[in-house]
Design a protein around this ligand. Structure first.
Ligand code: ADP
Ligand code: MG
Length: 675
C-alpha cells in the first residue's frame, strides 16, 4: 500500500492534513462530493435560468464598478447571445484573464437579471480557440479554506495515474457480494465518463459508490473485530460456580425468569467460565429486568471464589441496587459492601477495608473507581447504564482487578446496524421480552393550560392508593433555575393537593437527604414525588403508576422513554401525562408524536435516530463511527451486515489482505482511535 507521504510543498501539505490527507493512499479515497458537467458547451440562447451550464464566451469588455459595491463586471458573448458575469472579489490575474478579447469557458448557474442574463462568480478558465473539451465530468472535492479545487484535482489525478489500487477483496468474496472491482470503481468516481447519470452519483447509490462504501465499512469492522480478538488473547479468571448460590437466589425470588432472562443468563454463565475476559453488553428496554441477570452473574463469580463489583451512575440508583442486592443476597450469606461519595469517613474506612478483604459483592457509584479503593480479587465488573460512563471510567473499574470479566448494561436500545458499528468490539445480549403481567402504560398529551385537570387526575390516582411522580422541566441553561422551578412546583402542588404528602427530590440535595426521600417514597409515605431528572434512570417503585412530565417538549426521546419507564412496574394500570407548552417546534412535535404512539424502546430509538442522526445518539463512546465518511448507517444498513461477516472471514482466511485493506482505509487514523 502506498503510504508514501504526498509530494507537495509544506504549506500545501498543511492544508491537506486538515482534510485528513497525508499519504498517496489517502488521496485515492478522497472522493468527490459532487460533479459538474464540463464535457459540453451550452449555447447562450439555449440556457435556461436556474440551470448550471458551461458556456464558451468571448469577452466584450471588462470594467470595475463601485456601485452598489465594488465589483468586476464582464460583458461577454457567444454566437447566440450576450451575458453579464459579476465578481465581487477577484485578483488581478483573474482580471487579466477576463480582459477584452479573451476566450474563456465559464461554468455556473444562469440567472435572469435586470440587464438580461447573468452569472455571479462562475468558475472560469482561459482557453485558446479549438481547445478540446474534457472527456469526463469535473469532480468537486471536499476542500478547505485556501485550497483550490484545481490543486486537489491535480494531486488526485497524479495519484490516480501511479497509485496502488490493487484489490483487497478476494475475487470469490467480491463476486458473491456482486460488487465491482476497486480500481474500476475508484477511477469511475473520480472521473465519471460523460453521459453518466449524475443523479445516481449524487445519491451515492451507483454500484461504484456501493463498492467504496462497502470497503469503508469493512475497514471499520475489521478494525473493531481485531481489537475484540486481541482482547481474547488476554487471560482472565475462569469463574466456575462451586456451590448453588445462584439457584438459591432464584428460589427466593417471587417470580420466575423470562425466557429472555434465561437466555441472557446462560450466555453470560458461558462467558464467565472462559479463560479470557467477557466483554458483554446486556441491552434491554427499561424494566426488562437486567438487575437480576447481573445479580446471577455476580453469584457465579462469588461461588467461584472471586469478587464482583456493581457500579451505577447516580447515588440514588446505586443505593437502590445496593438495597435490593443486599435484600436478595445477604440472607444467603453473601457479604455485600457499599461505597459512595457520601459515606462518613468511619463507615467509608470500614467499607474500603471490606472491599480489600472479604466482601464478595461491592456496590457503588463512581466511588468504586477512586484511588485508594482496592479489591482483594475482582473477577467481574458490572456497569449499569454504561452509556452514562466515559471510556476512562469503565477502564478504571477494569483496572481494579487483573483482567476481570465485564458486564455492561444499557436501557438505551439502539438499532441493530448502529449497534454493529458502535458495539462491534463487544458481544451483545438483548433482553427482548418484558416480564409478564405488566400493564401497558397509557400516554396522554396535555397542553399546559389544562394543568389543573392534571392536578385533579393526580388527586384521584392517589385516592385509589397509588403514587405519582411529577417531573419538573429540564432547564438546560441553568441548574439554579431548574432547582427554583422544582421548588416552586413543589410548593404549588403542596397548595393544590391538600391532604396529600408531597415530596421533593433533586440533584442538589445531600446524598443522605436524597436517600431519605427515596426511602419514604418507596415505603409509600410520600404520595407525590416532585423530582428533577435525577429519577431518570433505574428507579423502581412498583406502586408508583403515574408519571407526570412538565414541559415534555424540552426533553429528548430517550429521556422521555426512560422517565416513562419508571411506571408500569407493578400490577396496576399505569399512565404517563406529558404536559407541553406551545408553540411547538417541528422536532419537538415529532418527538411528542413518537413517544405518544410507541412504547417499544427499540422503535423509539429507531425513529430518534432518524430525527437526530447517529452522531449524538449513543453519546461519547470510543467507537468505529468516526471511521465512516461515506457510508450512512441507516441507508447502508445492508452493507454493514455484509461487512461484518466478511470481516470475520478475512481475518481468519486472508489476514494479509485484511491488513492491506486496513492500511488503505485507516492508515494512521486507526492508531489515533486506539490511543
Ligand atoms: P431494568 O432492566 O430496567 O434494570 P429492573 O431490573 O429494575 O429493570 O427490573 C424491573 C422490575 O421488574 C423490578 O421490580 C424487578 O424485580 C422486576 N422483575 C425482573 N424480572 C422479572 C420477572 N422475570 N418477572 C417479574 N418481575 C421481574
Ligand atoms: Mg436498571
Amino acid at each position: 500500500m502506498s503510504l508514501a507521504p504526498i509530494r507537495a510543498s509544506d504549506a500545501l501539505k498543511k492544508k491537506l492534513a486538515k482534510l485528513g490527507l497525508h499519504t498517496e493512499a489517502d488521496l485515492l479515497v478522497h472522493l468527490p462530493l459532487r460533479y459538474e458537467d464540463e464535457t459540453r458547451i451550452t449555447e447562450l440562447a439555449r440556457a435556461f435560468t436556474g440551470e448550471a451550464v458551461q458556456l464558451e464566451l468571448r469577452v466584450l469588455n471588462n470594467e470595475i464598478q463601485f456601485k452598489p459595491r465594488r465589483q468586476m463586471v464582464v460583458r461577454a458573448c457567444d454566437d447566440s447571445g450576450e451575458i453579464t458575469l459579476r465578481f465581487f472579489s477577484f485578483y488581478p490575474n483573474q482580471q487579466a484573464a477576463l480582459s477584452e478579447g479573451s476566450r474563456v469557458r465559464v461554468f455556473g448557474e444562469v440567472r435572469g437579471g435586470f440587464f438580461g442574463l447573468e452569472m455571479v462568480h462562475p468558475r472560469f478558465h482561459k482557453i485558446a480557440e479549438g481547445d478540446p473539451l474534457p472527456a469526463e465530468m469535473t469532480p468537486i472535492y471536499p476542500s478547505t479554506a485556501g485550497l483550490a479545487t484545481s490543486a486537489l484535482q491535480k494531486l488526485i489525478g497524479r495519484a490516480l495515474a501511479d497509485g496502488d489500487l490493487s484489490e483487497t477483496l478476494p475475487d470469490e468474496i467480491r463476486q458473491r457480494l456482486k460488487l465491482p472491482g476497486l480500481a474500476r470503481s475508484i477511477h469511475f468516481l473520480h472521473r465519471p465518463p460523460p453521459g453518466t447519470d449524475v443523479d445516481t452519483l449524487h445519491a451515492r447509490n451507483h454500484p461504484a459508490w456501493r463498492r467504496v462504501k462497502f470497503d469503508e465499512v469493512l475497514a471499520q469492522q475489521l478494525s473493531l473485530r481485531r481489537a475484540y480478538l486481541a482482547r481474547r488473547e488476554q487471560g482472565a479468571p475462569v469463574l466456575v460456580a462451586q456451590d448453588d448460590l445462584g439457584a438459591r437466589l432464584l428460589d427466593r425470588l417471587p417470580f420466575g425468569l423470562t425466557g429472555a432472562q434465561l437466555r441472557a443468563m446462560a450466555e453470560i454463565a458461558g462467558d464467565l467460565a472462559q479463560p479470557y475476559p467477557m466483554q458483554r453488553l446486556l441491552q434491554g428496554d427499561v424494566g426488562a429486568g437486567k438487575t437480576i441477570v447481573a445479580a446471577l452473574a455476580a453469584c457465579q463469580t462469588i461461588s467461584a471464589g472471586w469478587q464482583a463489583a456493581f457500579m451505577a451512575p447516580t447515588e440514588i440508583l446505586a443505593e437502590q441496587h445496593y438495597l435490593k442486592l443486599k435484600d436478595w443476597l445477604e440472607p444467603l450469606g453473601v457479604r455485600v459492601a457499599w461505597l459512595s461519595g457520601s459515606l462518613k469517613s468511619k463507615a467509608k474506612r470500614e467499607q474500603l477495608a471490606a472491599t480489600a478483604a472479604d466482601a464478595q459483592l461491592v456496590v457503588g457509584t463512581h466511588a468504586l473507581i477512586q484511588d485508594g479503593v482496592d479489591f482483594a480479587r475482582l473477577g467481574l465488573a458490572i456497569v449499569d447504564e454504561q452509556h452514562r460512563f466515559g471510556v476512562a471510567q469503565r477502564l478504571a473499574l477494569r483496572k481494579k482487578g487483573s483482567n476481570p470479566h465485564q458486564l455492561m448494561m444499557s436501557a438505551t436500545p439502539i438499532p441493530r446496524t448502529l449497534a454493529m458499528s458502535y458495539y462491534a468490539d463487544l458481544d451483545v445480549t438483548v433482553l427482548d421480552e418484558l416480564p409478564p403481567g405488566r400493564t401497558p402504560i397509557k400516554t396522554r398529551l396535555v397542553a399546559d393550560n389544562r394543568r389543573q385537570d392534571v392536578v385533579g387526575f393526580v388527586k384521584k390516582h392517589v385516592e385509589e392508593g397509588r403514587q405519582a411522580y411529577w417531573v419538573c422541566p429540564l432547564i438546560e441553561e441553568s441548574e439554579a433555575l431548574q432547582l427554583q422551578t422544582a421548588q416552586e412546583t413543589y410548593e404549588q402542588l403542596f397548595v393544590d393537593l391538600p391532604g396529600l404528602t408531597v415530596g421533593l427530590v433533586h440533584g442538589r440535595l445531600k446524598a443522605d437527604e436524597k436517600q431519605a426521600v427515596m426511602a419514604a417514597f418507596a415505603a409509600g409515605d410520600i404520595d407525590v414525588l416532585v423530582a428533577t431528572t435525577v429519577i431518570e434512570v433505574g428507579v423502581d417503585v412498583p406502586n408508583a403508576s403515574l408519571m407526570v412530565i412538565e414541559h415534555a417538549e424540552r426533553f429528548g426521546l430517550s429521556q422521555l422513554h426512560q422517565l416513562r419507564g419508571r411506571v408500569g412496574r407493578g400490577q396496576y394500570e399505569s399512565s404517563c401525562v406529558l404536559i407541553y407548552a406551545g408553540p411547538l417546534g417541528e422536532i419537538a412535535r415529532q418527538r411528542l408524536k413518537i413517544i405518544f404512539e410507541h412504547t417499544d424502546g427499540f422503535e423509539i430509538a429507531r425513529q430518534d435516530l432518524q430525527i437526530r442522526g447517529p452522531g449524538e445518539f449513543v453519546g461519547a463512546r470510543q467507537s468505529g463511527v468516526p471511521l465512516l465518511r461515506y457510508a450512512d448507517l441507516e441507508m447502508d444498513a445492508d452493507l454493514v451486515e455484509m461487512a461484518r461477516e466478511v470481516a470475520e472471514e478475512m481475518l481468519t482466511e486472508h489476514p494479509d489482505l485484511a491488513e492491506k485493506h486496513l492500511q488503505r482505509w485507516l492508515g494512521a487514523r486507526e492508531e489515533l482511535l486506539k490511543s
